[in-house]
Design a protein around this ligand. Structure first.
Ligand code: ZN
Ligand code: ZN
Ligand code: FE
Length: 764
């Protein structure tokens, strides 16, 4: 028998996922000798055996790879025989160019779950049980390669038993970096709001009793703290809203299992699958009328549900028989607290007690939020459980750093066909978030060994992400129009090349003419786009103030339609209680366009309508008026094809959608006392009709049939569905986001594609 020696290199997500023990066992099966080691580029297998055995081995690497691994490439090189006598696993080296991909945090696996509830197991009820198939990853990493010394577990020396598991190639915990047990690992503590230890021997039953009694608890999770309370306890939920200064924005709820989930929501098979997936996202589900405190998700047909994902969550649910509100540990819109001291300081006035532990969270990582639409994911926030795993693209993007937008910021680093879209960094409007943004960029560069060649940024000069890009003097930079980035993000996900029709419906984005865009239609590609249509500009009285006070947008629309006489046209209900002087000032401002940026924003059009109809005049969270308008429209789905009229005019550069008739007909409906729900529905249907009509005109002109839908307004699932169906009925092929969100969380991916295409053209 001829013996050969192969050097097999495997790239992809192959570290920290049980890959080496898998290879070790596989080598045994095929009677091969040699060794396997983590390298900075993945895993290297130096192996000797017969050709037949080697080929069988190679096939099975692909076919039987561990569940968390993701093999991207395998290369084989023949070498001079070394005469290995056994097969072994060798320690990792820290040389060469790292190319390994770090996995996202993973919920507890079935095997560990069994052990945690097995009284005979040495980890019985241990809240930090994990193995190579599960547990924290990204949130505990300090540096590469992914080894215990470079995680926040380095402060816990392993006990002899853990140590031997960790070094035993056939053990499920072989090189499970966070491996730990009661003897040697982190432990849970129950503290009061001033940081005093209340219970350290049996904290979970004590925490459960407190929740039962209506107290609010801060619970330390994987990527930060949650604020928790009994979701059936109306008073507790009310107090949580009051203390957290969150009046209406829905809370997420954690339930023990799928059966429980079905008590409160309608859950399809696919939704159940998503709830139970390793990423354990919050899934937006249609509510059942029932026993949850109404304050959990007021004025909303949907509820965000998630299942437990850490052993600590499971152990808590062992002690309680009610669902938990599990909302992010912060005050109103601040970033979520993840450092212990900071959490005590910031959440001390909200939570009565802290269920915390001493395993440090290195990186903040919010829960992911998603929903199911048309048989697939439709993400709202892509973070814990997904990031930093890369998005695999059909294009080679080279090495780009795209810094994203201001709100719901994510950034994106690319390396060839991988786009490392970051976890949710948050709204870049304070120093803390900005620091987290800068630190995370540096971390991702190290983790994935990417030195970007070009930076992409949003045209908005005031975005902190833009300023960050501008401050970099070493790299070439390229500015990207906000809505162009939205559409390109959708194209990137679907690997679309050539030209498409894009509809970007959004709240706010800096237009190339300096106006605030957001109701935009494009024709073009990532390299070049033409703005073919948009909502006609209206004044946004008071600028950003008009976002928080939708009634101002209503005034802007009224002024545009009726000129000086706009107040005579306004509904009585709208004028009631408004200060005449303020309205005079507003009128003056609008006449002269002072502090009234012109806007074509679709989000603001929704706001104006919500205010005119009388649904909501001021908001206390982003998008609230539009969300409530959607919710009202959902209750009037019987509406049929009723519509307000609008006019598509030929502007000098693009078609302008004149919405004057929409406004005057809404006013007419108000006078006739048409139900609000029906008006809300009719408005949605009108927007759908506008979109389809513009797309048809664009198809006539350009012969293009593919439509990409993006922008935060398409988080509106009713509108999305109406538009999707209508476009299909009209013979269009529709593309929507499936990997990154349609909102500004998806901007960085689009920026990256645009920058890379521009760079490629310049280089060629
Ligand atoms: Zn496990
Ligand atoms: Zn131990
Ligand atoms: Fe946007």
């Amino acid at each position: 028998m001829t013996v050969l020696r192969w050097l097999v290199k495997v790239g992809g997500i192959v570290q920290g996922v049980g890959f080496r023990p898998f290879i070790y066992n596989l080598a045994g099966v095929h009677d091969l000798k040699g060794f396997v080691a983590n390298s900075s580029e993945g895993v290297e297998i130096d192996v000797e055996g017969s050709r037949e055995a080697l080929e069988g081995f190679l096939n099975e690497i692909r076919e039987k790879a561990p569940p968390l691994s993701m093999i991207e490439d395998i290369s084989v090189q023949e070498k001079v025989l070394a005469g290995y006598q056994a097969f072994e696993i060798r320690e990792s080296e820290r040389s060469g160019k790292a190319k390994t991909l770090v996995s996202a945090d993973v919920c507890i696996c079935e095997d560990c779950l069994k052990e945690v509830f097995d009284p005979g197991d040495r980890r019985y009820r241990y809240p930090f049980i994990n193995c190579t198939n599960c547990g924290p990853r990204f949130t505990i990493i300090r540096d590469v390669p992914y080894d215990r010394d470079f995680t926040t577990m380095s402060t816990f020396p392993m006990c002899p038993e853990c140590f031997s598991e960790y070094h035993d190639p056939v053990d499920r915990r072989f090189h499970a970096q966070p491996n730990a047990c009661h003897q040697c690992g982190p432990s849970v503590l129950l503290k009061d709001a001033s940081g005093g230890v209340v219970e350290k021997d049996n904290p979970l039953p004590a925490a459960a009793r407190l929740l039962q009694a209506g107290y609010l608890l801060a619970v330390k999770g994987l990527g930060g703290y949650h604020l928790a309370c009994n979701a059936l306890d109306h008073e507790a939920v009310r107090i949580l809203r009051e203390r957290k200064v969150r009046e209406d924005k829905p809370f997420a709820v954690m339930v023990n299992d799928i059966t429980e989930a079905k008590k409160y929501c309608h859950v399809s098979d696919l939704e159940a699958e998503l709830l139970q997936s390793q990423a354990r996202p919050i899934v937006l589900l249609r509510k059942k009328s029932g026993t949850l405190a109404p304050q959990v998700a007021p004025e909303n047909a949907f509820l965000g549900l998630m299942l437990p994902y850490t052993p600590l969550h499971y152990l808590l649910f062992e002690q309680i028989e009610f669902p938990l509100v599990m909302t992010s540990g912060n005050l109103s819109d601040e970033p979520i607290a993840y450092e212990d001291r900071d959490a005590l300081m910031r959440l001390g006035d909200v939570a009565d007690y802290f269920l915390t532990h001493n395993r440090e969270i290195r990186h903040r990582c919010d829960d992911s939020v998603t929903r199911v639409y048309r048989g697939d994911r439709y993400p709202v926030r892509r973070s814990r459980g997904y990031a930093p795993a890369p998005v695999r693209l059909d294009f080679d993007l080279g090495r780009v750093l795209a810094v994203g937008a201001e709100q719901k910021n994510t950034f994106c680093l690319t390396k060839g066909n991988y786009a490392f879209v970051s976890h949710h960094v948050g709204d870049l409007e304070n120093l803390e978030t900005l620091q987290a943004f800068e630190e995370s960029i540096e971390l991702y560069k190290r983790l994935f060994q990417v030195e970007p060649e070009i930076i992409a940024y949003d045209y908005h000069p005031e975005y902190l992400s833009t300023k960050y890009a501008m401050a970099n003097d070493d790299l070439p930079k390229t500015g990207v129009q906000h809505h162009h980035a939205h559409i390109a993000g959708c194209m990137a996900e679907h690997g679309l090349t050539g030209n498409v029709i894009g509809a970007a419906f959004d709240g706010t984005g800096f237009g190339i003419d300096g106006a605030i865009w957001g109701g935009e239609f494009f024709y073009g590609s990532p390299v070049e786009f033409k703005r073919i249509a948009h909502l006609k500009y209206v004044p946004m009285p008071g600028g950003a103030k008009a976002i928080r006070e939708p009634w101002r947008m209503a005034a802007g629309y009224l002024r545009t339609c009726f000129g000086k006489q706009w107040r005579d046209a306004a509904p009585v209900t709208f004028l009631a209680g408004k200060n005449g002087m303020l309205l005079d000032t507003l009128d003056d401002m609008m006449e002269k366009w002072i502090n009234c940026p012109p806007t074509s924003s679709m989000g603001r059009f929704f706001d104006a309508t919500a205010a005119l109809i009388g649904i909501r005049e001021t908001v206390n969270y982003e998008g609230q008026a539009a969300i409530e308008l959607e919710q009202r429209a959902i209750s009037a789905l019987r509406g049929g094809d009723i519509t307000y009229n609008y006019v598509i005019q030929n502007g000098s550069q693009a078609w302008e959608i004149d919405t004057g008739k929409v406004i005057s007909e809404i006013l007419e409906d108000c006078r006739r006392k048409v139900e609000q729900d029906l008006m809300a529905y009719k408005f949605h249907n009108t927007v759908k009709n506008m979109l389809v009509e513009v797309c048809r005109k664009a198809r006539d002109q350009y012969g293009e049939n593919r439509v990409c839908l993006s922008g935060g307004v398409f988080q509106n699932i009713l509108l999305l569905d109406m538009v999707y169906r209508a476009l299909e009925e009209n013979g269009f092929t529709v593309f929507i986001h499936r990997i990154v969100p349609a909102n500004d969380g998806g901007i960085s991916l689009g920026q990256a594609l645009i920058a890379s295409e521009r760079r490629r053209l310049v280089c060629v």
